[in-house]
Design a protein around this ligand. Sequence first.
Ligand SMILES: Nc1ncnc2c1ncn2[C@@H]1O[C@H](COP(=O)(O)OP(=O)(O)O)[C@@H](O)[C@H]1O
Ligand SMILES: [Mg+2]
Length: 307
Amino acid sequence: MRSEPVVQVRSLVKRYGTRTAVDGLDLEARPGVTAVLGPNGAGKTTTVETCEGYRRPDSGTVRVLGLDPVAQGDELRPRIGVMLQSGGVYSGARADEMLRHIAALHAHPLDVDALIERLGLGSCGRTGYRRLSGGQQQRLALAMAVVGRPELVFLDEPTAGLDPQARRATWDLVRDLRADGVSVILTTHHMDEAERLADDVAVIDAGRVIAQGSPEELCRGGAENTLRFTGRPGLDVESLLRALPPGSSAAESAPGSYRVDGLVDPQLLATVTSWCAQHGVMPDRISVERHTLEDVFLELTGKELRS
Ligand SMILES: Nc1ncnc2c1ncn2[C@@H]1O[C@H](COP(=O)(O)OP(=O)(O)O)[C@@H](O)[C@H]1O
Ligand SMILES: [Mg+2]
């Protein structure tokens, strides 16, 4: 079933002076969790802030829940939750007061105490915002984005700089939102975060989407995988290679350790094991390595994701 997109970006261009931050970006996000994955400076924040109505496109169109975020901002704002990368929290008000205030503005807010507990903010509920640590401020910003139980939440690098425990709590919260039917657009430069959380990933680089799909599709789609097996040293790799489909490669990477690179599918696995049978080879171990989103990014751009 194809449902209506929650976010639809077409040919978006956004410049800062002479610098083009977003360069003809197309993105369609469906209900669920969409990760916008890309290195620093790729244009993630600019794109998300345009969707939130904070920036006006230089050209192209943006629709969020079917609405124009600038022209129909008044209608859109109550339906979305926003966590800015900069934190974007004002005042020196107390953390718990700020959350309760926002909750009171919404018809069906989350339980504030449970949320505070959930995000490990219990100890700082009564502390003023400015005196919270960076990680606490970030978790509070996340809580503020979700407490109104919006239909769609934008989270800009929600786990950047968090310790592993707070990172995990954030992931759990995103999973809960999803289970609750809330759609989430999150930006990240951690491919493991995208792989774990997202139904769909848009890989962006230099202001454009260079690949989009589920983590499985992206890691499989055209991308090469590796099959490894161990057997006796000195097997005839040339003969193995002749049995494999075009585009594959085979090598003895260390004595008795073999690797086959190519489109590793059940057919290729069968070809390798049948070649082994014909040559009286009993592999001690066979493994298939799925490529990660990091590998995919490297293959697409020739660059490391973590710059
Ligand atoms: N306010 C700004 N003024 C000038 N340049 C900016 C501004 N914000 C972002 N940029 C530039 O635009 C590009 C994209 O930035 P950004 O959208 O923040 O990327 P990301 O969130 O992926 O790191 C970068 O080259 C960045 O330096
Ligand atoms: Mg950013």
